[in-house]
Design a protein around this ligand. Sequence first.
Ligand SMILES: CC(C)(COP(=O)(O)OP(=O)(O)OC[C@H]1O[C@@H](n2cnc3c(N)ncnc32)[C@H](O)[C@@H]1OP(=O)(O)O)[C@@H](O)C(=O)NCCC(=O)NCCSC(=O)C[C@H](O)C(=O)O
Ligand code: MG
Length: 309
Amino acid sequence: MTQTSPFRPVRPRRSALYLPANNARALEKLPQLACDSAVIDLEDSVAPGAKDEARESLRRFFRDGRAAALPDGVETVIRINSLSSPWGAEDLLAARGCKPGAILIPKVETPEDIIAVEDALEQTDAALSLRLWAMIETPRGVMNAGHIARTARSDGARLDCLITGTNDLMKETGVASLPGRPWLSSWLMQIVLAARAYGLDVLDGVYNDFRDEAGLKRECDEGRAMGFDGKTLIHPAQIGPANQAFGIPAGQLAEAKAIAEAFSLPENQDRGVISLDGKMVERLHLEMAERLIEKAARIAARHDGDHTT
Ligand SMILES: CC(C)(COP(=O)(O)OP(=O)(O)OC[C@H]1O[C@@H](n2cnc3c(N)ncnc32)[C@H](O)[C@@H]1OP(=O)(O)O)[C@@H](O)C(=O)NCCC(=O)NCCSC(=O)C[C@H](O)C(=O)O
Ligand SMILES: [Mg+2]
């Protein structure tokens, strides 16, 4: 078996749906939704005057067992306000108490933004099961993306995933929102590169026009081609297209299985490169194939055998 990177857990993150923490209807709907991750938001979707109510609604959601009752494999993530905001410290306390899968830190600009949260968690939470996600959504965040991602390499690091915040990035830079994201994509690629350099997952930004299914599909396909693992979403109608675009097509899975099988043959045990159906296949392809097979199995476990949704 090829050794895969210890920094990249194989976990489907095709669709990460945001829900405002104070939207009772959305929280109620969540168990019926097929998103891989549920990002319960205390930040920008909650008005300043509703922060306390949102925190209380979040606490109730975890305390009364509704979070634990979500379908197997759905990862719960809480987006807090930045620690430099008036709400960040209280949000972090509340989020830590909820014990979600991960806490999402918005507007991360330097490694210290991650370290500050790690330090606050370290005091009471020795276990590393509580992970961190970081949003890169400001000019400084993009410029420092590599340094931020590198924090995943330190002892006891919790950082698992980078998220692009395209709305904030457009607001901060004045870049236009155009189909194909011509001026934004070089910055998005910097974020993808930073994540990959340090073995992190990386998710694309949201598509605001939630009634435009064709536009969403185009942007999902584009995000997939750019190397993203999945897309952040704002509406339940966006989950299906994202799961489809970032899922594993049957043909790709069959090809991965053929590669794994070919390398497992006795005559190929010590070979670095083989020929398969007229193509050169190296051990790096085997590593990719093994990750893909594992991810497909995890998706199948969520969807009763359907690898593509
Ligand atoms: C965008 C919305 C405000 C639209 O809401 P609404 O008009 O209620 O939509 P619908 O009537 O079409 O809703 C149909 C049903 O689906 C439920 N619903 C809607 N959205 C969600 C959701 N996100 N999660 C779960 N369920 C949802 C409705 O309750 C309806 O249910 P039912 O009554 O049973 O039919 C709304 O979709 C919304 O608030 N979305 C999330 C917004 C959000 O969280 N924004 C913050 C994250 S995006 C961001 O910050 C990006 C980043 O930081 C950046 O900088 O880019
Ligand atoms: Mg944002």
